[in-house]
Ligand binder design. Structure first.
Ligand code: ADP
Length: 470
């Protein structure tokens, strides 16, 4: 775009792979995230000192904090995102639920009224029915969330939910809603001009989650009718237009097995999984955000936007899937990315990078695009096989097992997928062997396909013998 990019980063991050992508760097000093990436004043001061016109908050840290948007306004720096009031309203589960009810957007049957007392929650639970879910009003990341199967378990869930919510958010208000069994998570990308005009950029299915953390996201949603797509898109637009939404945002829904859907929350920022939408629609969401912030009008018209082909994203985390998904740290000794037509890797690491447990364990995102879901899956498998990260353990072997699972291939997705198929997703000896074979081949300087190694040489022997390597 011809715009000079400046990175505000912690001193330790100056020499990272992602820092090199910028024209200039401003240091936020030493310390942990609270002293750097979460310090509103320091960030705004960095913008002022480097004479930046605007701040893009990304999708972590302060990206959904009203305080940053307010501080930017006060300092005369453009905040690339929604207005502070929209961030605040959508940040509260109770307030946003109440607004959705007014706008006629379906919400999960539940109670999120003003009276948060235990007695009221217990009384309302009888009306809502069991199983139900206790949630923190200020919630996020699944914290404070409890499933309650029977009335006699409610009191204990309220007590521990309050304790957790107070600790995590400094706010012990709770709401309760019906627990939807075996649902899907389907969200709509939206984009607003801040004047009440909102376009939707279709859906992403993000049902594949582990402990409420997304692992695999795709678009179009599999096994999803045009009629349902239209009704959900309509609700998403109503939700965003209701706050005169500005910039890119996501309206999340929970979709029941019977086709009923309910508003979950709105994320007032770019999502981690936004490349899925970019690849299917052929758009650049960040560019659109910057152009809008720079005074342009809505970047597209309805007819410019259509889904072409299928895109799938896998999140690569520094965690050990064979050992309770324990967060991992260490130096990346060997790193090789897949490439080729329809393959995109958004990565924060390279060979020699140091992975610390100080931040989120997300290392890289692999996104593939192809004409159909079937072809996208084939491309994804090949790309995951070609992705090698050594030195720190990752969930790559786990992802390789997911994308070979028959039920997932059939599109039978749901938020319970991982729990339901736990046994099928357990490690097999061949995983580690393929990884080692790839390094041996690479260091020998020969380039035979490691897929041949996997398919022909290894599985027959290794699988019959079993997991003797462990
Ligand atoms: P948080 O803001 O803490 O991430 P959300 O309300 O966005 O919480 O919900 C996170 C996940 O929890 C959803 O993606 C879904 O898998 C599950 N979930 C939330 N509400 C319900 C519900 N009423 N019934 C069943 N599952 C739910």
């Amino acid at each position: 775009m011809g715009i000079t990019s400046i990175l505000a980063c912690a001193e330790d991050d100056r020499t990272t792979a992602f820092a090199r992508a910028f024209d200039e760097i401003v240091s936020l000093g030493e310390g942990d995230a609270r002293d750097t990436y979460l310090d509103v004043e320091k960030i705004v001061e960095a913008a002022r000192a480097s004479r930046a016109d605007a701040i893009h908050p990304g999708y972590g840290f302060l990206s959904e904090r009203k305080a940053l948007a307010v501080a930017c306004e006060a300092a005369g720096v453009i905040f690339i995102g929604p207005r502070p009031d929209a961030i605040e309203l959508m940040g509260s589960k109770s307030a946003s639920r109440a607004l959705m009810e007014r706008l006629g957007v379906p919400v999960v049957p539940g109670y999120s009224g003003e009276d948060h007392s235990d007695a009221t929650l217990v009384r309302e639970s009888a009306r809502i029915g069991f199983p139900l879910l206790v949630k923190a009003s200020a919630g996020g990341g699944g914290k404070g969330m409890k499933i309650v199967a029977r009335p006699e378990d409610l009191a204990a869930a309220i007590e521990s939910g309050r304790r957790e919510a107070l600790k995590a958010f400094g706010d012990d208000r709770l709401l309760i809603e019906r627990y939807i069994e075996r649902p899907r998570h389907v969200e709509f990308q939206v984009f607003g001009d801040g004047e009440g005009n909102v376009l939707h950029l279709f859906e992403r299915d993000c049902s594949l989650q582990r402990r409420h953390q997304k692992i695999v996201e795709e678009s179009p949603a599999p096994r999803f009718s045009d009629e349902l797509r239209e009704r959900m898109a309509d609700a998403a637009i109503r939700a965003a237009a209701g706050v005169r939404y500005r910039s890119a945002g996501t309206v999340e829904f929970i979709l029941g097995a019977d086709g009923s859907f309910y508003f979950l929350e709105m994320n007032t920022r770019l999502q981690v999984e936004h490349p899925v939408t970019e690849m299917v629609l052929g758009v650049d969401l960040v560019r659109a955000q910057i152009e809008l912030a720079n005074g342009h009008s809505m970047p597209w018209k309805r007819d410019d936007l259509s889904q072409r082909g299928h895109a799938i994203e896998c999140r690569i985390y520094a965690e050990d899937p064979d050992n309770g998904f324990l967060p991992q740290s260490g130096k990346v000794a060997h790193y090789r990315e897949p490439s080729g037509a329809g393959v995109r890797v958004d990565s924060g690491i390279e060979e020699g990078s140091v992975v610390s447990v100080k931040y989120d364990p997300l290392l890289s995102k692999l996104i593939v695009h192809a004409e159909t879901r079937e072809l996208a899956i084939a491309r994804l498998r090949r790309a995951l096989d070609d992705f090698t990260i050594l030195g720190t353990k990752t969930n790559l072997p786990y992802l390789r097992r997911i994308v070979r699972h028959e039920a997932w291939i059939r599109g039978e997705v749901g938020t319970h997928f991982v729990a339901e198929h736990e046994a099928d997703l357990l490690p097999r000896a061949v995983d580690g062997a393929a990884e080692i074979a790839s390094v041996l081949i690479a260091s020998a300087g020969v380039e035979p396909s490691r897929r041949d190694t996997r398919r022909q040489a290894l599985p027959s022997v290794w699988e019959t013998v079993g997991e003797f390597s462990r």
